[in-house]
Design a protein around this ligand. Structure first.
Ligand code: MG
Length: 171
């Protein structure tokens, strides 16, 4: 069975926080506010993975009020999501993601982010796409008040043969 999932997240930019996106620490005047390390890219990706697997959302699995998640690396949470998918026999085929930020310029970091995510999800780096865009100075993101991210993920359950035979059956 093939299924897709979608994820979206947004966090406010504040002073005196490191900016962490896709597990990379990015030099910048501001960082993202949040209970964990506020890595919006990883949060969006986790929601896409959970959505594809029919496992709800990250709020259900990692309630923000719990002290064990305070300032936790979101990559550790992604590792947990991967274990949920493994448990239920889901294999990630690919994920496409986009970070929406006015600044800083993220292109120099997207390849490293993709490699971080692919390593945890145990897929080739080519299976995880990380892109970045701006909002041309408009809206809260364009004013530098927040950074957002979107992700889609495609996953397959089992060895795929049942899905193929179903497809043939309904031909
Ligand atoms: Mg979040």
């Amino acid at each position: 069975m093939l299924r897709i999932g979608i994820g979206y997240d947004l966090h406010r930019l504040v002073e005196n926080r490191p900016l962490i996106l896709g597990g990379e620490i990015i030099p910048f005047s501001h960082g993202l506010e949040g209970h964990s390390d506020a890595d919006v890219l990883v949060h969006a990706l986790m929601d896409a993975l959970l959505g594809a697997a029919g496992l709800g959302d990250i709020g259900r699995h990692f309630p923000p009020g719990e002290s064990r998640y305070r300032n936790i690396s979101s990559l550790a949470l992604l590792r947990e999501v991967k274990s949920f998918l493994d448990r239920d026999g889901w294999k990630l085929i690919n994920a496409d993601t986009i970070i929406i930020a006015e600044a800083p310029r993220l292109a120099p970091y997207t390849e490293a982010m993709g490699k971080n995510l692919a390593a945890i999800l145990d897929v080739p780096a080519s299976c995880i796409s990380v892109k970045a865009t701006t909002t041309e100075g408009t809206g809260p993101i364009g004013r530098g008040e927040a950074i957002a991210a979107q992700a889609v993920a495609l996953a397959i359950q089992g060895d795929g043969s049942s899905g193929l035979s179903q497809a043939k059956q309904f031909g």
